[in-house]
Design a protein around this ligand. Structure first.
Ligand code: SAH
Length: 483
């Protein structure tokens, strides 16, 4: 037998300010509804024999009125809307029937049959709201859609809606034609206003929108977002990174950025790999990247400069910003999960486990010209965790430097190759055996080296991919090199 078709409900946004809403029920469900109703400025009268602590607080603070312990139809006389949120089906039915008789809209929680009004799933950004309903047919689907929209819609939309509301009168006066207004809105959306609002610079955003209001030619300003792509697993991108990838005209990405992350970008965005390969001339490459970013932004493009991990951790993000600033090009920076953090998490290494380490150092194994010149004596101090980036070659030298300056040769290490990616491998042992083990297992870039007592926790706490490879594995069987 087919179930009856879900009704097609009429969507309606109510101005509830200072209008009475009767809520029947004093539990947590009622409390959630009341929270939303209060946001809309409703005058709430509550009917319930007993109240949740949160509701008692609201009554005490004078924000809602506790009208009576039991429902009586006459309580509806002053109300515009009623919400029945009790777990007693008879009370809910009585409320529904009394409301029906008085032609007052009634929402009955979890009972589409008894309800003449349903509350939608909603996404809110300031004054901007999206309400979703399936007419009660598939509330899970509505909720799913809401979650997707939550992830996709930028928080700055609310501030933008407010800003446009503030300027509404002037916009209409200056641009009386609908066509002009549409063109103006398109310019605002394509321009920098949202990115300025994300940065918390409401004044600059207002000036930007003002400028568009007076612009005769739709001059689109280009800009660059320096975005951290995290270690490779697309689940570790930030929502902001995802949104920017969806808006980008051009994506300049490093070689380190995974295909899975790039697959999330706008389909018709131009993708350019600008990665530096080992042995190349880093300075020349970096200059080319700067020139390309500037050229694209000056041509009005929205550029995403996508970098592995975090753009400010061994990412040369600083130099790129300086180049942009010099040319007066708009930019913003979106942090990403840096390799040390991602690799530690995926290898089961609590970087600052308090029994073992009181500090964490992010280090590079290579400086501009070859080997890094660290204060090795300081690095050899106990009670800290060292995370070395770019350290696949020169492990022998690194070990010798640390041990030579007093760090015990028995100090544990973990070398994490392709951290957080499906092909992740972890090699674990003691400093003494570090170069030999890395060689034996054929560890390749990208790999991150963690040195310190916490590294010894990996064999016990690992959860992602295979267990760490140790000297024992090496003795038992030769492992195939990573593809
Ligand atoms: N900005 C990046 C680091 C760039 S330097 C970040 O914040 O992570 C490049 C080095 O990062 C690599 O040589 C390697 O040491 C490390 N790295 C980046 N991604 C990695 C990954 N998925 N697994 C292991 N190491 C990684």
């Amino acid at each position: 037998m087919q179930s009856p078709a879900a009704p097609l409900l009429f969507p309606l946004f109510l101005d509830l300010r200072r209008r009475r809403v009767l809520v029947v029920g004093g539990g947590s469900v009622a409390a959630r509804k009341i929270e939303a109703l209060l946001e809309a400025g409703a005058d709430i009268a509550l009917v319930a024999p007993a109240l949740d602590a949160a509701l008692r607080d609201l009554v005490r603070a004078g924000r809602i009125t506790h009208l009576a312990p039991a429902f009586a139809p006459a309580q509806l006389d002053a109300a515009w809307l009623v919400v029945a949120a009790t777990d007693d089906a008879r009370v809910n039915r009585a409320v529904s029937e009394a409301a029906q008789a008085r032609r007052i809209w009634a929402n009955v929680v979890d009972d589409a049959e008894l309800a003449s009004a349903q509350l939608p799933a909603r996404v809110q950004r300031g004054p901007l709201q999206i309400a979703i309903s399936s007419g009660g047919a598939a509330p899970m689907l509505a909720r799913h859609l809401r979650e997707q929209l939550e992830a996709q819609l930028d928080e700055s939309l609310g501030a933008l809606a407010q800003l446009l509301a503030d300027m509404r009168g002037r916009i209409r006066a200056l641009l009386p034609e609908l066509g002009e207004r549409r063109a103006f809105f398109r310019r605002v959306l394509a321009g920098s206003a949202q990115s300025l609002l994300r940065r918390g610079d409401a004044d600059a955003a207002r000036r930007n929108v003002e400028a568009e209001l007076h612009a005769t030619t739709p001059a689109r300003r280009g800009r660059v977002a320096l975005v951290g792509a995290g270690p490779g697993d697309p689940g570790l991108l930030t929502l902001r990174a995802l949104r920017l990838l969806n808006e980008a005209d051009v994506i300049l990405h490093d070689r380190l950025v995974s295909d899975e992350v790039l697959a999330l970008a706008r389909r018709d965005a131009t993708r350019i790999e600008v990665g530096k390969r080992l042995g190349g001339n880093h300075h020349a490459t970096q200059q080319r990247i700067h020139a390309l970013m500037i050229e694209l932004a000056q041509a009005g493009k929205h550029v995403v400069r996508l970098k592995g991990g975090d753009p400010f951790v061994f990412g040369r993000g600083g130099e790129e910003l300086e180049a942009l600033r010099e040319r007066g090009i708009d930019y913003e920076v979106v942090p990403g999960i840096t390799a040390a953090v991602a690799c530690a998490a995926h290898a089961g290494i609590p970087l600052t486990h308090r029994d073992h380490a009181q500090s964490l150092r992010l280090l590079t194994a290579h400086a501009r010209d070859g080997e890094a010149s660290h204060d090795w004596a300081a690095l050899a101090q106990p009670g800290q965790t060292l995370a070395f980036y770019m350290g696949v070659s020169g492990l022998e030298q690194l070990r010798d430097n640390l041990v030579g300056h007093g760090l015990a040769a028995s100090t544990p290490f973990a070398l994490v190759e392709n951290g957080s990616r499906p092909q992740q491998r972890v090699v674990a042992g003691t400093l003494a055996e570090l170069p030999a083990l890395a060689r034996l297992h054929g560890v390749q870039a990208p790999a991150l080296l963690i040195v310190g007592e916490v590294a010894a926790l990996a064999p016990r706490l690992h959860w992602f991919g295979a267990a760490p490879l140790t000297a024992d594995d090496a003795r038992c069987r030769r492992l195939p090199r990573a593809a």
